[in-house]
Ligand binder design. Sequence first.
Ligand SMILES: Nc1ncnc2c1ncn2[C@@H]1O[C@H](COP(=O)(O)OP(=O)(O)OP(=O)(O)O)[C@@H](O)[C@H]1O
Length: 293
Amino acid sequence: MLHCEAVCKRYSAGQWILSDVDMTVSAGDVVAVVGTNGSGKSTLLKILAGLSQPTSGTVSGRPPTVGYVPDRFTAHERISAVSYLTHMGRIRGMSTAAARSRGGELLERLALVGGPTASLRTLSKGNAQKVALAQALLVRPGLLVLDEPWSGLDASAHGVLGDFIDEVAGQGGAVVFTDHREAITGTHATSAYAITDGRVVRRGGGHTEGPAPMVELTLTAPAAGAVPAQLDWYALPGVVDAARRGQGIVLRVTREHSDTVLMTALRNRWSVDAVARASHDRGSPTDARSVAP
Ligand SMILES: Nc1ncnc2c1ncn2[C@@H]1O[C@H](COP(=O)(O)OP(=O)(O)OP(=O)(O)O)[C@@H](O)[C@H]1O
Protein backbone atom coordinates (compact mmCIF):
# COMPACT_ATOMS: atom_id res chain seq x y z
CA MET A 1 0.00 0.00 0.00
CA LEU A 2 1.76 3.19 1.14
CA HIS A 3 5.45 2.86 0.44
CA CYS A 4 8.32 5.25 1.16
CA GLU A 5 11.54 4.56 -0.61
CA ALA A 6 14.82 6.32 0.17
CA VAL A 7 12.94 9.36 1.43
CA CYS A 8 15.15 12.26 2.53
CA LYS A 9 13.98 15.63 3.76
CA ARG A 10 15.52 18.92 4.66
CA TYR A 11 14.02 22.36 4.82
CA SER A 12 15.70 24.79 2.41
CA ALA A 13 19.45 24.32 2.77
CA GLY A 14 19.20 23.28 6.43
CA GLN A 15 20.34 20.05 7.95
CA TRP A 16 18.80 16.76 6.89
CA ILE A 17 15.80 15.89 9.03
CA LEU A 18 15.12 12.49 7.45
CA SER A 19 17.64 10.26 5.67
CA ASP A 20 16.91 7.27 3.48
CA VAL A 21 13.57 6.35 5.00
CA ASP A 22 12.15 3.06 3.78
CA MET A 23 8.77 2.27 5.21
CA THR A 24 5.68 0.37 4.17
CA VAL A 25 2.23 0.85 5.67
CA SER A 26 -0.34 -1.74 4.68
CA ALA A 27 -4.11 -1.89 4.95
CA GLY A 28 -5.13 -2.59 8.54
CA ASP A 29 -1.80 -1.47 9.99
CA VAL A 30 -1.66 0.82 13.00
CA VAL A 31 1.83 2.29 12.99
CA ALA A 32 3.39 4.27 15.80
CA VAL A 33 6.21 6.70 15.07
CA VAL A 34 8.27 7.56 18.12
CA GLY A 35 11.20 9.90 18.66
CA THR A 36 12.41 12.75 20.78
CA ASN A 37 11.21 16.34 20.33
CA GLY A 38 12.45 17.70 17.04
CA SER A 39 13.49 14.30 15.71
CA GLY A 40 11.26 14.68 12.66
CA LYS A 41 8.07 12.83 13.55
CA SER A 42 5.75 15.57 12.29
CA THR A 43 7.85 15.95 9.17
CA LEU A 44 7.54 12.25 8.40
CA LEU A 45 3.80 12.28 9.06
CA LYS A 46 3.29 15.24 6.74
CA ILE A 47 5.20 13.43 4.01
CA LEU A 48 3.09 10.30 4.52
CA ALA A 49 -0.09 12.37 4.42
CA GLY A 50 1.03 14.17 1.24
CA LEU A 51 1.18 17.60 2.87
CA SER A 52 4.92 17.88 2.40
CA GLN A 53 7.15 16.65 -0.39
CA PRO A 54 10.33 14.70 0.22
CA THR A 55 13.51 16.46 -0.90
CA SER A 56 14.44 13.19 -2.56
CA GLY A 57 13.03 9.69 -2.68
CA THR A 58 9.52 8.55 -3.48
CA VAL A 59 6.23 7.94 -1.74
CA SER A 60 3.79 5.71 -3.62
CA GLY A 61 0.47 3.99 -3.05
CA ARG A 62 -1.12 6.69 -0.91
CA PRO A 63 -4.87 5.99 -0.63
CA PRO A 64 -7.10 8.65 -2.19
CA THR A 65 -8.76 9.62 1.08
CA VAL A 66 -6.36 10.78 3.77
CA GLY A 67 -7.46 12.03 7.16
CA TYR A 68 -4.90 14.21 8.91
CA VAL A 69 -4.91 15.60 12.43
CA PRO A 70 -2.12 18.11 13.17
CA ASP A 71 -0.47 18.25 16.57
CA ARG A 72 -2.15 21.57 17.22
CA PHE A 73 -5.38 22.76 15.71
CA THR A 74 -5.80 26.47 16.18
CA ALA A 75 -9.13 27.71 14.97
CA HIS A 76 -10.03 31.34 15.49
CA GLU A 77 -13.21 31.35 13.46
CA ARG A 78 -16.52 32.35 14.95
CA ILE A 79 -18.41 29.51 13.32
CA SER A 80 -19.65 26.59 15.35
CA ALA A 81 -17.89 23.24 15.43
CA VAL A 82 -20.68 21.52 13.56
CA SER A 83 -20.83 24.25 10.88
CA TYR A 84 -17.07 23.93 10.39
CA LEU A 85 -17.43 20.18 9.98
CA THR A 86 -20.29 20.66 7.55
CA HIS A 87 -18.08 22.90 5.39
CA MET A 88 -15.22 20.43 5.57
CA GLY A 89 -17.55 17.59 4.64
CA ARG A 90 -18.80 19.52 1.62
CA ILE A 91 -15.22 20.12 0.51
CA ARG A 92 -14.81 16.36 0.71
CA GLY A 93 -17.83 15.85 -1.53
CA MET A 94 -20.52 15.13 1.05
CA SER A 95 -23.98 16.64 0.95
CA THR A 96 -24.70 19.33 3.52
CA ALA A 97 -27.12 17.08 5.37
CA ALA A 98 -24.76 14.10 5.42
CA ALA A 99 -21.81 16.23 6.56
CA ARG A 100 -23.82 17.88 9.33
CA SER A 101 -25.17 14.57 10.53
CA ARG A 102 -21.81 12.79 10.45
CA GLY A 103 -20.08 15.77 12.09
CA GLY A 104 -22.69 15.90 14.86
CA GLU A 105 -22.38 12.17 15.45
CA LEU A 106 -18.58 12.36 15.75
CA LEU A 107 -18.74 15.34 18.11
CA GLU A 108 -21.27 13.52 20.23
CA ARG A 109 -19.03 10.46 20.49
CA LEU A 110 -16.14 12.71 21.48
CA ALA A 111 -18.33 14.58 23.99
CA LEU A 112 -17.34 18.03 22.77
CA VAL A 113 -17.67 20.38 25.72
CA GLY A 114 -20.26 23.02 24.88
CA GLY A 115 -21.89 20.76 22.33
CA PRO A 116 -21.77 20.87 18.53
CA THR A 117 -22.79 24.51 18.36
CA ALA A 118 -19.83 25.71 20.45
CA SER A 119 -17.89 28.39 18.60
CA LEU A 120 -14.46 27.24 17.39
CA ARG A 121 -12.71 30.26 18.85
CA THR A 122 -13.92 29.38 22.36
CA LEU A 123 -12.58 25.83 22.36
CA SER A 124 -9.80 24.66 24.68
CA LYS A 125 -6.83 22.82 23.13
CA GLY A 126 -8.34 19.43 23.91
CA ASN A 127 -11.74 20.36 22.54
CA ALA A 128 -10.22 21.84 19.41
CA GLN A 129 -8.36 18.55 19.03
CA LYS A 130 -11.70 16.74 19.06
CA VAL A 131 -12.93 18.89 16.18
CA ALA A 132 -9.71 18.24 14.28
CA LEU A 133 -10.20 14.53 14.82
CA ALA A 134 -13.81 14.69 13.68
CA GLN A 135 -12.87 16.48 10.43
CA ALA A 136 -10.36 13.73 9.66
CA LEU A 137 -13.06 11.09 10.05
CA LEU A 138 -15.93 12.74 8.17
CA VAL A 139 -15.24 10.51 5.20
CA ARG A 140 -13.82 7.10 5.97
CA PRO A 141 -10.06 7.54 5.45
CA GLY A 142 -7.92 4.99 3.66
CA LEU A 143 -5.04 6.51 5.61
CA LEU A 144 -5.48 8.27 8.93
CA VAL A 145 -2.47 10.29 10.07
CA LEU A 146 -2.54 11.52 13.66
CA ASP A 147 0.14 13.79 15.11
CA GLU A 148 0.21 13.34 18.90
CA PRO A 149 -3.53 12.75 18.98
CA TRP A 150 -3.73 11.93 22.69
CA SER A 151 -2.10 15.16 23.74
CA GLY A 152 -4.63 17.45 25.34
CA LEU A 153 -7.52 15.00 25.07
CA ASP A 154 -9.22 14.22 28.36
CA ALA A 155 -9.15 10.63 29.57
CA SER A 156 -12.74 9.92 28.55
CA ALA A 157 -11.91 10.78 24.94
CA HIS A 158 -8.89 8.44 24.94
CA GLY A 159 -11.15 5.41 24.66
CA VAL A 160 -13.11 6.97 21.81
CA LEU A 161 -9.89 7.76 19.96
CA GLY A 162 -8.82 4.13 20.41
CA ASP A 163 -12.17 3.03 19.00
CA PHE A 164 -11.76 5.32 15.97
CA ILE A 165 -8.31 3.88 15.31
CA ASP A 166 -9.64 0.34 15.55
CA GLU A 167 -12.58 1.19 13.28
CA VAL A 168 -10.40 2.68 10.55
CA ALA A 169 -7.97 -0.25 10.69
CA GLY A 170 -10.83 -2.76 10.91
CA GLN A 171 -12.37 -1.32 7.76
CA GLY A 172 -9.17 -1.81 5.83
CA GLY A 173 -7.65 1.63 6.36
CA ALA A 174 -4.22 2.28 7.81
CA VAL A 175 -3.38 4.50 10.74
CA VAL A 176 -0.08 6.22 11.49
CA PHE A 177 0.31 8.16 14.72
CA THR A 178 2.98 9.71 16.91
CA ASP A 179 3.17 9.70 20.65
CA HIS A 180 6.06 9.82 23.06
CA ARG A 181 4.58 7.41 25.61
CA GLU A 182 5.61 3.79 25.23
CA ALA A 183 2.43 2.56 26.90
CA ILE A 184 0.28 4.24 24.27
CA THR A 185 2.25 2.92 21.34
CA GLY A 186 2.32 -0.54 22.89
CA THR A 187 -1.42 -0.58 23.39
CA HIS A 188 -2.58 0.76 20.07
CA ALA A 189 0.05 0.05 17.46
CA THR A 190 0.61 -3.10 15.45
CA SER A 191 4.09 -1.88 14.58
CA ALA A 192 6.36 0.95 15.61
CA TYR A 193 9.18 2.93 14.09
CA ALA A 194 11.68 5.12 15.90
CA ILE A 195 13.38 8.18 14.43
CA THR A 196 16.94 8.72 15.56
CA ASP A 197 19.36 11.08 13.84
CA GLY A 198 17.13 11.19 10.79
CA ARG A 199 17.05 7.42 10.40
CA VAL A 200 13.76 5.61 10.73
CA VAL A 201 14.11 2.11 12.09
CA ARG A 202 11.61 -0.52 13.02
CA ARG A 203 11.50 -0.55 16.79
CA GLY A 204 12.56 -3.61 18.76
CA GLY A 205 15.82 -4.39 17.15
CA GLY A 206 16.56 -1.55 14.86
CA HIS A 207 15.80 -3.22 11.57
CA THR A 208 13.05 -2.57 9.14
CA GLU A 209 13.25 -6.13 7.90
CA GLY A 210 12.86 -9.31 9.86
CA PRO A 211 11.84 -9.75 13.46
CA ALA A 212 14.25 -8.80 16.22
CA PRO A 213 15.40 -11.53 18.61
CA MET A 214 13.03 -11.63 21.56
CA VAL A 215 13.26 -12.93 25.10
CA GLU A 216 10.39 -14.02 27.31
CA LEU A 217 10.81 -13.10 30.97
CA THR A 218 8.56 -14.67 33.59
CA LEU A 219 8.57 -12.63 36.78
CA THR A 220 6.84 -12.90 40.14
CA ALA A 221 5.63 -9.84 41.99
CA PRO A 222 7.31 -8.85 45.24
CA ALA A 223 5.62 -9.80 48.49
CA ALA A 224 2.81 -7.52 49.63
CA GLY A 225 4.18 -4.39 51.22
CA ALA A 226 7.27 -4.19 49.08
CA VAL A 227 7.43 -0.89 47.27
CA PRO A 228 6.92 -0.32 44.42
CA ALA A 229 5.07 -3.54 43.62
CA GLN A 230 4.00 -2.43 40.16
CA LEU A 231 6.04 -1.09 37.32
CA ASP A 232 4.95 0.57 34.11
CA TRP A 233 6.37 -2.25 32.02
CA TYR A 234 5.59 -0.63 28.70
CA ALA A 235 7.66 2.38 29.69
CA LEU A 236 10.78 0.19 29.86
CA PRO A 237 12.87 -0.01 26.70
CA GLY A 238 12.23 -3.00 24.48
CA VAL A 239 9.08 -4.26 26.22
CA VAL A 240 6.50 -5.14 23.57
CA ASP A 241 4.16 -7.34 25.54
CA ALA A 242 3.23 -7.61 29.22
CA ALA A 243 0.68 -10.25 30.18
CA ARG A 244 -0.32 -10.88 33.76
CA ARG A 245 -0.08 -14.47 34.93
CA GLY A 246 -1.22 -15.21 38.51
CA GLN A 247 0.91 -13.15 40.89
CA GLY A 248 3.40 -12.48 38.16
CA ILE A 249 3.86 -11.23 34.69
CA VAL A 250 5.26 -12.54 31.43
CA LEU A 251 7.17 -9.98 29.38
CA ARG A 252 8.28 -10.17 25.80
CA VAL A 253 11.35 -8.01 25.47
CA THR A 254 13.82 -7.43 22.70
CA ARG A 255 17.02 -9.34 23.36
CA GLU A 256 18.87 -6.07 23.15
CA HIS A 257 17.03 -4.68 26.18
CA SER A 258 16.34 -7.81 28.23
CA ASP A 259 19.28 -7.31 30.63
CA THR A 260 18.15 -3.76 31.39
CA VAL A 261 14.58 -4.88 32.01
CA LEU A 262 15.74 -7.74 34.24
CA MET A 263 17.89 -5.39 36.29
CA THR A 264 14.98 -2.99 36.70
CA ALA A 265 12.69 -5.81 37.80
CA LEU A 266 15.22 -7.13 40.30
CA ARG A 267 15.88 -3.67 41.69
CA ASN A 268 12.16 -3.39 42.31
CA ARG A 269 12.13 -6.74 44.14
CA TRP A 270 10.48 -8.80 41.45
CA SER A 271 11.77 -12.39 41.24
CA VAL A 272 12.87 -13.98 37.99
CA ASP A 273 11.18 -17.34 37.40
CA ALA A 274 12.30 -17.99 33.86
CA VAL A 275 14.17 -16.44 30.97
CA ALA A 276 13.58 -18.01 27.59
CA ARG A 277 14.08 -17.23 23.96
CA ALA A 278 10.65 -16.16 22.66
CA SER A 279 9.20 -17.59 19.51
CA HIS A 280 7.72 -15.21 16.98
CA ASP A 281 4.51 -17.15 16.47
CA ARG A 282 2.49 -14.60 18.42
CA GLY A 283 3.12 -11.85 15.97
CA SER A 284 5.86 -9.44 15.16
CA PRO A 285 7.94 -8.11 18.04
CA THR A 286 6.04 -4.88 17.97
CA ASP A 287 2.62 -6.48 17.69
CA ALA A 288 1.12 -5.61 21.03
CA ARG A 289 -2.37 -4.51 20.16
CA SER A 290 -4.07 -7.55 21.61
CA VAL A 291 -2.51 -7.16 25.02
CA ALA A 292 -3.84 -4.92 27.73
CA PRO A 293 -1.20 -2.80 29.47
N1 LIG B 1 8.63 24.23 7.95
C1 LIG B 1 9.83 24.07 8.52
N2 LIG B 1 10.87 24.83 8.14
C2 LIG B 1 12.09 24.69 8.68
N3 LIG B 1 12.39 23.77 9.64
C3 LIG B 1 11.39 22.99 10.06
C4 LIG B 1 10.06 23.10 9.53
N4 LIG B 1 9.28 22.17 10.14
C5 LIG B 1 10.08 21.52 11.01
N5 LIG B 1 11.33 22.01 10.96
C6 LIG B 1 12.48 21.53 11.75
O1 LIG B 1 12.63 20.14 11.50
C7 LIG B 1 13.00 19.47 12.69
C8 LIG B 1 12.02 18.35 12.95
O2 LIG B 1 10.76 18.94 13.28
P1 LIG B 1 9.46 18.07 13.51
O3 LIG B 1 8.36 19.02 13.87
O4 LIG B 1 9.25 17.18 12.35
O5 LIG B 1 9.89 17.18 14.78
P2 LIG B 1 8.99 16.38 15.81
O6 LIG B 1 9.71 15.10 16.09
O7 LIG B 1 7.58 16.28 15.34
O8 LIG B 1 9.05 17.31 17.09
P3 LIG B 1 8.01 17.46 18.33
O9 LIG B 1 8.03 16.16 19.08
O10 LIG B 1 8.62 18.57 19.14
O11 LIG B 1 6.67 17.80 17.75
C9 LIG B 1 13.08 20.50 13.79
O12 LIG B 1 14.41 20.90 13.94
C10 LIG B 1 12.24 21.65 13.24
O13 LIG B 1 12.71 22.88 13.73
